[in-house]
Design a binder for this molecule. Structure first.
Ligand SMILES: C[S@@+](CC[C@H](N)C(=O)[O-])C[C@H]1O[C@@H](n2cnc3c(N)ncnc32)[C@H](O)[C@@H]1O
Ligand SMILES: [Zn+2]
Length: 411
């Protein structure tokens, strides 16, 4: 896939069509179940962009449940646990995101990194899911981005930080991390000591220090975009370029490929361009493609950074809305798809005893047995646990329900 490509499509379709081991860095800032729907103010550059940030099981395709349950049972347990604690909305969100994260893991190079930008609404669930997808040992940091702003909460502390969960694909493979590239000045503490308190002033690194895992407006100059007149395009969830620049500088080599599957107004793409990295952005909203073109033209320091200083030519950005196809993508066989579909439809419960079981304990059953004229079509199929399957044998549901009552399994 070519540098400077922006896709207008659901990212799952695009990610499925991307070749494996091609990205050095993934940054994602998805909608995070904030129970709010966002819309850009009318009249702003981003007007027309709106996206939903509330979730229900209707947002997840039935077979995703089954696919995760069958192929990634540990991940499924985590999601079920989060659902037990937080409800169906949380479960739906994590299933939706897991489908994307599994593809992103495949697309990352062995030495690559991923940063998942979220907030405390779902960071606890996301972290467990990331552990299950990328491996606990590949967790590197939970970075807190703290800021200030007006708030009218009176019964708890104002919520003014985001979380960035940083994982590498494979800790053992010498992953890329350039702390030198992001050193910043020491901060004088009021006690007279410096931020690097273990070193005397004389031995402090002239280049400053590698920042800690908490970044702030004051120390790191990362203000919420609402206050950055020069950057603001009116996109409701726009992130500051300085935040993206630090991530890209630390976690991708020059010329490396940066991928943002929820790119919004393309902050990641702009930051990557400034730092001489390649980039691919995906967003379901067509506004994203417009904004990236506009921002590339307007950000004065981009062209000189490329050594040119000329205006960017037309067609500088490749805009696609097709579904890419990768070589060797496995087609899934229909019988597996139907089992996965039914698993999702029944939300992991047996159609007879209504108990929850692991995927492998289920059998496909004809609701009206074929011996009694039932058809071999999907609408006549359900999943039963092994026990119910034996109890029902080749009889109908009335028989199974009666047997379950006799055995006091159901009432
Ligand atoms: C929180 S915003 C990203 C903001 C971005 N970091 C920036 O600085 O502008 C999330 C974006 O995800 C997009 N989105 C939501 N669901 C998507 C999907 N399934 N595929 C692609 N993009 C999606 C929305 O249109 C929205 O622009
Ligand atoms: Zn059963």
């Amino acid at each position: 896939m070519k540098n400077r490509t922006i896709f207008t499509r659901d990212n799952l379709e695009v990610l499925r069509g991307m070749d494996g081991e091609t990205a050095d860095l993934v940054y994602l800032d998805p909608p995070f179940n904030s129970k709010r729907d966002y819309a850009a103010p009318v009249g702003s550059k981003a007007a027309g962009a709106a996206f939903k940030d509330t979730w229900s099981l209707n947002d997840t395709k039935e077979e995703w449940h089954g696919l995760i349950a069958e192929e990634h049972p540990r991940l499924y347990k985590v999601i079920e646990g989060a659902g037990a604690a937080g409800g169906r909305g949380d479960k739906a969100y994590l299933i939706y995101m897991s489908m994307r994260l599994l593809e992103l893991r495949r697309i990352l190079r062995a030495g690559g990194s991923i940063y998942y930008h979220c907030d405390p609404t779902m960071s606890h669930g996301v972290k467990l899911v990331m552990d299950a997808v990328f491996g606990r040992a590949n967790f590197r940091n939970e970075i807190v981005w703290g800021y200030t702003g007006p708030s009218n909460t009176k019964r708890y502390f104002p919520r003014k930080h985001d979380c960035l969960l940083f994982y590498v694909k494979d800790r053992g493979s010498g992953y890329y991390f350039d702390g030198e590239a992001v050193r910043r000045e020491y901060v004088k503490l009021e006690t007279g000591e410096t931020g690097g308190i273990f070193k005397s002033a004389a031995t402090l690194d002239a280049g400053g220090k590698i920042p800690e895992d908490w970044w702030t407006e004051k120390r790191d100059g990362m203000s919420p975009v609402g206050r950055l007149k020069r950057e603001r395009v009116g996109y409701p969830t726009q992130k500051p370029i300085s935040l993206l620049q630090r991530i890209i500088a630390a976690s991708s080599p020059r010329g490396g490929m940066v991928l943002d599957p929820f790119c919004g107004c393309a902050t990641t793409c702009i930051a990557a361009e400034k730092l001489g990295r390649q980039w691919i952005g995906i967003d379901i909203s067509p506004k994203a493609a417009e904004l990236v073109k506009e921002r590339l033209l307007n950000e004065a320091d981009i062209a000189p950074a490329r050594g040119g200083g000329m205006l960017l030519p037309k067609g500088y950005v490749i805009h696609r809305d097709d579904i890419p196809r990768r070589r060797g993508a496995a087609k899934r066989s229909p019988p597996r798809q139907i089992k996965q579909f039914l698993f999702g439809k029944q939300e992991g419960q047996c159609g007879g005893c209504l108990q929850t079981f692991e995927y492998r304990h289920f059998h496909i059953d004809h609701i009206v047995p074929t011996a009694k004229g039932g058809q071999d079509i999907d609408e006549n199929k359900q999943l039963l646990c092994g026990h119910c399957n034996i109890l029902k044998s080749d009889r109908d549901m009335a028989h199974l329900k009666a047997r379950l009552r006799e055995l006091k399994i159901t009432r």
